[in-house]
Design a protein around this ligand. Structure first.
Ligand SMILES: NC(=O)c1ccc[n+]([C@@H]2O[C@H](COP(=O)([O-])OP(=O)(O)OC[C@H]3O[C@@H](n4cnc5c(N)ncnc54)[C@H](O)[C@@H]3O)[C@@H](O)[C@H]2O)c1
Length: 396
């Protein structure tokens, strides 16, 4: 095989991100053969925009094609399990956006799943979903590539090199993804998002900390250091009475049965800890950060914001339509645009790893074990917040 032939699934935000970041590989290591989307017109315009030869509105037609090696799942999270299993059965390798899956309600018609269903049950059901995917992937001998870009972000890979050379022990990790709130409609309700801030935003830093301790364990003992328990608290800060009275809202506030704030403490087998914060009510542009306190060093990973560029404008119109940073409220004052935000966030590196994993028949750096670990930790966090106690994770 000299090129990987990809079928794109989905044609909106995440699909756009993937196509943009595959651009340097296309023609050399990758052919994007077709795209499928629920909406045929949208699939057609996406195909035109990115010069993809074929488009469909039925996933089964994509799976039937013999000239597709990999499906790239950029569909809503509640479809990841079903679409992954179908891909595996059709002997296609899978790129799957984060998070792997979750609990969305049995009937999909249930209202306010987040307020009515026990989180312990959600944890069990979500893990069953992960295991069904794992089983299908193993049985059909295909690769599952988990699109967690943090693992590939250059500041994060530099952190890994520093951890390796320092030989220190990771004692304490403090990680965060926050911004002023998703504008996607699906994010408002548990039955379409599978959770709130911890699930949509926290999945990235949780993936990051699990991967780091895994990495440290391999370096020191030849086996991963796993998470052993989780404690958490969640909240709906945009329901605070005084906030509700404020006329002008700078943060998204239409959350239904999902949290807009969460914090979780992950306790690892070696008794080191990681704290993960995520919030949909933080102003000032997206925050993707990780502070790592080693026994002999400190590393602050600033994916966003970082200060490769520091720019100032007395009024917002001065920078016109030029992109500054995700979820930034104003272009006035001092700001910190990234010279190449996709690159700093690890998207092209992630996709290159996946393409090479297929080309050279090796495992990707971010695979199904990480994807499952993230779901387990996050749903254990929800269970902890609901029950007010530490949740022990099951040993496999
Ligand atoms: N890694 C990241 O930074 C990142 C960023 C954004 C979104 N995501 C993840 O990507 C996934 C998709 O998010 P999004 O924001 O692009 O969602 P979206 O709602 O913008 O797009 C979903 C796409 O799925 C398609 N789709 C839905 N049902 C389908 C069906 N039955 N058959 C074929 N296509 C179908 C829709 O037509 C649409 O094109 C989510 O899991 C999300 O968590 C990841």
């Amino acid at each position: 095989m000299d090129k990987v032939r990809i079928g794109m699934v989905g044609s909106q935000f995440a699909a756009d991100l993937h196509l943009r970041n595959l651009s340097k590989l296309r023609g050399a290591k990758v052919d994007v053969v077709a795209v499928v989307s629920k909406n045929k017109e949208h699939a057609a315009s996406f195909a035109k925009k990115f010069e993809i030869p074929d488009f469909y509105d039925d996933y089964r037609l994509l799976l039937k094609r013999k000239d597709i090696d990999v499906v790239d799942l950029c569909v809503p999270t509640d479809m990841h399990e079903e679409f992954s299993i179908k891909a595996a059965e059709a002997k296609k390798h899978i790129i799957c956006e984060k998070p792997l899956t979750g609990y969305f309600g049995k009937e999909r018609k249930e209202e306010q799943v987040g307020f009515t269903i026990s989180k312990k049950l959600m944890l069990e059901e979500a893990l069953r979903g992960c295991d069904r995917v794992l089983k299908a992937v193993k049985k059909n001998k295909v690769k599952f590539m988990y699109a967690e870009n943090w693992i590939y972000a250059p500041p994060f890979t530099k952190l890994k090199s520093l951890i390796q050379v320092s030989g220190g022990t990771i004692l304490d990790i403090r990680a965060e993804e926050s911004h002023s709130g998703s504008h996607a409609k699906y994010s408002r309700k548990w039955k379409t998002s599978g959770g709130g801030a911890l699930m949509r935003l926290g999945a990235h830093p949780v993936g990051g900390v699990l991967h780091l301790k895994h990495y440290e364990g391999i370096l020191k003992y030849g086996k991963p250091i796993r998470a052993k328990s989780v404690m958490a608290e969640v909240g709906q800060h945009t329901k605070i009475a005084s906030f509700l009275k404020e006329k002008k809202k700078y943060v998204v506030s239409e959350w239904d049965d999902v949290e807009d704030w969460g914090v979780m403490v992950i306790n690892f087998e070696d008794n080191s800890k990681a704290t993960v914060f995520s919030s949909d009510a933080v102003l000032g542009g997206v925050r993707n950060t990780m502070n790592v306190y080693l026994s002999n060093a400190v590393v602050h990973v600033n994916i966003n914001p970082h200060n490769a560029l520091e720019v100032y404008a007395p009024e917002p119109h001065i920078f016109g339509d030029e992109y500054i940073a995700e979820k930034l409220e104003t272009k006035a004052g001092w700001n910190f645009p990234s010279p190449d935000e996709d690159w700093v966030r690890g998207y092209p590196q992630e996709l290159e790893d996946f393409v090479e994993a297929v080309l050279f028949d090796r495992e990707p750096i971010s695979g199904i074990d990480l994807a499952r670990g993230v779901i387990e930790a996050i749903y254990a966090a929800y269970t902890s917040a609901e029950e007010g106690k530490r949740i022990l994770l099951k040993k496999e």
